[in-house]
Design a protein. Structure first.
Length: 462
């Protein structure tokens, strides 16, 4: 059986110990870590995080229909009376373990090993992971049944949930694998064990936690760590850290990019409407603009070609692609908005700015840039360097938002006057809305924590 939540598999995690009666065990059909999302017959995993402790929400999960609970043993030893009462009242069985996160990861690792006929494709990189994952899944999904991470479940918590929800009805699984600290890819690779893996690029995302781009590359290459001679790695044809990524690589190496993708003849820029990729025998219409989205599409096409997907499915899959929330979303109204504010690092901000200032528009080009978070000790220098790059940006007005962007403002204001820095969101909102007018093009780019999407509704109806 493929259900990872059978009693035998759960009790193995707890070394044979349970709280509750064996005969009242109801086999879960799903897994959840958020009591607000629990449905009937769910295994609730109590995770202790920085902001809250899942153990505090066990009863809420039980009330919502959870039938089994994974708990930390130390916590259980201190709350035996509550556990016994809940087991009696709700008929639930508790499995005490030394570390709920590690045991959930182990459960996912064991579940993954049972999928011997499914092709697992891992996607990682500093930028473009989610869009590349969505593009690959869209193409493959037009061809054969394909599974992918729901939403952004790609971390040491999210990936196990993704894998544990995987069923034996798919030919392919496209698994995004995101990391923010050293050692995390060891965990993700052990769980996913992809036979095909793509590194979109090596940039400076999370460099504050990782230390340097070299260390980022050394961590990302671990996505290949469970490869054998039949496995295949894909990296960008001009990747500056390619030699580090492929050091000690087992298996095959493929490249993606304009020079490497088979049959690509021409790329036609269609402005805000996207771009056309002209191949020898067919043309692909891609609604997403920008060179970075072209690179994501070429990665997806390269994987599809390697898997011998017929061209008509590649065409269909990419033509049906729409932007993921906060990732180069084009929102048209009296003012056109590029909502690209799910994340930000020096590389992705420069790519977005380059795209925005190159797009044709009836009005002015306006940049609204928020702090780039998680850069650590490099933050001030990185923001100052961004300011230097903005000096020559062909924008009519630049708004910089957040305390970290002060360094960028100080640099760029030395050379140009059409720059405003705001630390308060209400001030930013007031200044932006009083400046924009019909026909303008506005780029919203910043880290998720800056929540620049708060401007979108106001701009599109302004």
């Amino acid at each position: 059986m493929m259900n990872p939540f059978m009693f035998s598999r759960l009790v193995a995690l707890s070394d044979g110990y349970i709280f509750g009666k064996r005969e009242q065990f109801v086999e879960p059909t799903g897994i959840c870590i958020d009591s607000r999302e629990v449905v009937a017959r769910t295994l609730f995993v109590s995770l202790k995080g920085e902001r809250t402790d899942g153990h505090l929400h066990i009863e809420s999960a039980l009330q919502q229909g959870s039938c089994a609970v994974l708990v930390n043993r130390d916590w259980a030893d201190c709350h035996l009376e509550s556990i016994n009462n809940w087991s009696e009242r709700y008929g639930a069985v508790f499995f005490p373990v030394d570390d709920t996160l590690k045991k959930m990861q182990l459960l996912a690792e064991n579940h993954r090993k049972r999928f011997t006929s499914m092709t697992i494709i891992g996607v990682t990189g500093s930028n473009g992971k989610t869009t590349s994952k969505e593009m690959i899944a869209s193409i493959l999904g037009c061809y054969k049944p394909t599974y992918k991470n729901p939403g952004n479940l790609n971390s040491e918590i999210g990936l196990p949930l993704t894998v544990l929800r995987m069923k034996n009805v798919y030919d392919y699984a496209v698994l995004e694998m995101g990391i923010s600290h050293i050692g995390e890819m060891d965990v993700l690779a052990r769980i996913a064990r992809p036979e095909i893996a793509i590194v979109t690029n090596i940039g400076r995302a999370h460099i504050g936690f990782m230390g340097s781009q070299r260390k980022i590359a050394e961590e990302k290459r671990k996505v290949f760590s469970f490869f054998d001679s039949d496995s295949t790695a894909f990296i960008y044809e001009n990747e500056g850290f390619g030699s580090i990524l492929t050091e000690h690589l087992q298996g095959n190496l493929k490249y993606f990019g304009e020079k490497s993708v088979e049959g690509l003849q021409e790329v036609r820029d269609r402005g805000l409407e996207g771009q056309e990729l002209v191949f020898t025998d067919y043309t692909i219409s891609l609604s997403l603009p920008g060179r970075h989205n072209l690179q994501n599409a070429l990665a997806a096409i390269s994987v599809a070609q390697y898997l011998a997907v017929p061209p008509e499915f590649i065409q269909k899959g990419l033509s049906e692609m729409t932007a993921v929330f906060g990732r180069t979303e084009i929102l048209n109204g009296k003012v056109s908005v590029i909502q690209d504010c799910y994340n930000a690092n020096p590389d992705s901000v420069l790519a977005s700015v380059k795209m925005a200032v190159s797009l044709p528009t009836k009005g002015r080009r306006i940049l609204v840039l928020g702090d780039m978070l998680e850069l650590g000790e490099e933050s001030e220098a990185a923001h100052a360097a961004l300011g230097s790059s903005l000096v020559s940006a062909k924008a009519d007005q630049i708004f910089l938002f957040g305390p970290e962007m002060k360094a960028a403002a100080n640099t760029v204001l030395e050379e140009r006057e059409d720059v405003v820095h705001c630390s308060d969101f209400q001030e930013l909102k007031s200044r932006v809305l009083s400046y924009v007018k019909e026909g303008d093009l506005v780029l919203l780019k910043g880290s998720r924590g800056m929540e620049l999407e708060r401007l979108t509704q106001e701009l599109t109806r302004s």
